[in-house]
Design a binder for this molecule. Sequence first.
Ligand SMILES: NC(=O)c1ccc[n+]([C@@H]2O[C@H](COP(=O)([O-])OP(=O)(O)OC[C@H]3O[C@@H](n4cnc5c(N)ncnc54)[C@H](OP(=O)(O)O)[C@@H]3O)[C@@H](O)[C@H]2O)c1
Length: 341
Amino acid sequence: MRAILVGLGVVGQSLLQMLSERYEELRDRYGIGLRLVAVADSGGAITKASGLNPARVLQAKRAGGLKSLGDGNFTDDPLGLIGELEADILIDATPTNIVDGEPSYSYIRSAILHGLDVVTVSKGGLALYFPALKELAAHRGVVLRFSGTVGGGMPAIEFGKECGRSDRLEKVVGVLNGTTNYILSRMEDTGQTFRDALGEAQRLGYAERDPTLDISGLDTACKITILANEVLGMGATLSDVRVSGIEEIDVDEVRAARERGLAVRLLGVADGRRLEVSPQTVGERDPLAVKGALNAVTFKASYSGSHTITGKGAGGPETATSILRDLVAIKMVRVAEVSRI
Ligand SMILES: NC(=O)c1ccc[n+]([C@@H]2O[C@H](COP(=O)([O-])OP(=O)(O)OC[C@H]3O[C@@H](n4cnc5c(N)ncnc54)[C@H](OP(=O)(O)O)[C@@H]3O)[C@@H](O)[C@H]2O)c1
């Protein structure tokens, strides 16, 4: 597999680390001998047809930036090299942008148009243009995978699809944002105000300095849009979601709910017709009443009932694992095709 990796931040660097530490295992156990023919960040890309060494790329990125690598060729137009380079797959770990989906949207679209399979962990382009991108991928006969966009390393999308196989999925309800869940569960457990709990989350690295995307509910909205499309087949985009966040939640409300055996959680809900993100109460023993920065998603099926998956919804190594999972899935699709010929 010849791969172009765009985005060398927390997730991209974790992937490089994993590729360098687990190369033999990935090759021998899963048949993934990944050759990195290009890596890119916001400053440009380094290309090398025979493959870049992931450990050396990581070292250069952390030390003096990609240009200090001293290997391969530099270009300041990473988007332009898709189509110029011989490659099989694009791995997109660029930032999430919910305004226009860029730069992820253009990378994904260009890769699909040039016949590359795609793995992305970036939510914006998908949440804004999911139906169009899926259609384009199907039309071009390429695989588009995005396991890490929902739940980090927790395989929520795959679990949901499995629950629906031979059954009928009616509804998806999820705690899909670790930051807001941390804040709400701290308000519940310690009686802190929203502002204090947010400050603590920022100090501990659970919340960004600008937490708007999380606390406004928009991050959850992106994820429930992706789940609704992939698992319920809804054909929705981000603008279809009614969103309210947790900024207005009062600690008295959280305390009162607790006294009634309930927990306030920011839930993303999709039921095949309606998409909504809002703070709601769940029973304190409900599997969705997870604590701290955990995520949980319940899939309600007509015949087999409700199934919940719980796990860490973010993190560099966790999300890099989801990329590897998607690479394995793509490899299996391609191997199955070859064996049919
Ligand atoms: N971190 C997590 O736990 C997590 C979990 C699930 C999903 N995600 C998603 O994964 C994606 C990456 O997250 P992250 O935490 O790794 O973000 P990050 O640390 O901000 O890294 C983003 C990377 O993208 C690069 N970049 C920006 N614009 C670019 C462009 N036009 N072309 C090529 N590269 C560009 C940045 O370059 P520079 O290095 O030059 O700034 C940086 O290397 C995001 O969409 C995020 O929502 C993250």
